[in-house]
Design a protein around this ligand. Structure first.
Ligand code: ZN
Length: 398
């Protein structure tokens, strides 16, 4: 997975000496196109039979598909993807899992057994912390016989090495995949690896970097990982198909709607785990009652949901179709607020203009559909000035 980039660069540079223009190199017989992955037109226009995707995990997924599309129509096609891995089962690691998964093995100069360099079995860790000068005394060893392997002797004992398949169910004609880590590097010393390892203890970003770049392994730190337990804890005993709220009931229900070509809606039902007192924010618990999409001309559908779900406060985007939004607000007068997002207000602040039933949230990137699940919108639902509290079908249709 992680190849030595500078080495590869030099290899390509030496191979393609005849430079015509930037992004087009030629050896005379062959042509090499070099394209960035941002900007579709670059990737659409050239039919190719060989495709190299460099640093795959840093590429836009859409760009990868466009690049792969360039190969359709070619009888012989060949794709080479190279990357430092990042997230497990994603990007280069996902491809690797469908391949022969080859590891570079060599014969130990001491015990003659075939082996490979792995962390931590092949590193004698010396030094206790990043700043401990003894880290540089760390050395590589054979994990079979524990004999020391000299950094300087790598070119010799690795020279007779070979790639060995670890996934025999995939044929080498189908997809070959190669894994290598920096224990094999002739420029990275065991001491540097040990320092990077110490740096990763207690520092999640550094630990991720150590696993990805030094060990060539996909990795998600414990703090960043979504566990099955976390998912289970989020699943509650209700669904979006539960019986609808009673008309005129006293449930506090809010809705948010993002308008656009496709609009998004979320509806939240609020309860309090203690007496709300003067601060409803602290005591409120939101339960997602319903979520979904609506089309540009689907405001009637949103109206139906207002009634069906007995929404007490709804916030909708004022833009891009301000007229639609205004019409909708008029129909549900007293229950709908139009929102605009303005710069210059602190992130949590909402400004409410009572006459127009418009609210302005502080600069933020989330739309009303997400806002409906925030306590800021709940405040609108419990405003004491507004009566009656429930939406009555007949009254609304009048
Ligand atoms: Zn050995």
């Amino acid at each position: 997975m992680p190849f030595q980039r500078p080495a590869r660069r030099h290899y390509l540079k030496d191979l393609f000496v005849d430079t015509n223009t930037v992004g087009l190199k030629s050896t005379g017989r062959n042509v090499l196109y070099i394209r960035g992955s941002r900007g579709d037109s670059n990737l659409k226009s050239i039919p190719v039979s060989e495709l190299v995707l460099d640093e795959l995990d840093e590429m836009d997924t859409h760009a990868v598909w466009l690049a792969l599309e360039r190969l359709s129509g070619q009888i012989e096609k060949h794709i080479l993807a190279i990357s430092t891995p990042t997230v497990p089962k994603w990007g280069i690691h996902k491809l690797y899992l469908t391949s022969t998964q080859e590891h570079f093995c060599f014969q130990c100069p001491h015990c003659s057994r075939w082996t490979e360099l792995t962390w931590p079995d092949c590193v004698e860790i010396i030094g206790e912390s990043v700043n401990d000068p003894r880290c540089h005394e760390s050395y590589l060893k054979c994990k079979e016989c524990k004999h020391r392997l000299e950094q300087e002797a790598k070119p010799e004992f690795l020279a007779g090495g070979q790639w060995q398949v670890t996934e025999p169910n995939v044929s080498v004609e189908e997809a070959r995949g190669f894994y290598i880590n920096q224990l094999y590097s002739s420029t990275v010393t065991p001491g540097e690896l040990v320092i990077a390892y110490h740096r990763g203890l207690g520092d999640e970003a550094a630990n991720t970097e150590f696993h990805n770049s030094k060990l060539g392994s996909p990795f998600i730190g414990e703090g960043a990982q979504v566990t099955d337990e976390m998912l289970d804890n989020c699943v509650r005993g209700h669904t979006t198909n539960d019986p609808r709220p009673q008309i005129g009931g006293d449930r506090l229900i809010t809705m948010g709607a993002d308008q656009g070509k496709t609009g998004y809606i979320s509806v939240v039902d609020w309860t309090f785990d203690q007496h709300p007192g003067s601060d409803i924010n602290a005591a409120a618990i939101g339960k997602l009652l319903w979520f979904g999409k609506f089309l540009e001309d689907g405001w009637d559908y949103v109206g139906d949901l207002m009634r069906e779900l007995q929404v007490l406060a709804c916030v909708v985007d004022a833009d891009p179709n301000i007229n639609d939004a205004r019409r909708f607000a008029k129909r549900f007068h007293g229950y709908v607020w139009l929102t605009r997002y303005r710069r210059g207000q602190s992130a949590k602040e909402i400004a409410i203009q009572e006459e127009e039933k418009a609210i302005t949230f502080g600069a933020t990137t989330v739309g009303p559909a997400v806002k409906a699940s925030t306590r800021e919108v709940l405040i609108l639902a419990v405003r004491p000035s507004r009566e009656p509290k429930a939406i009555d079908n007949q009254r609304l249709e009048a």
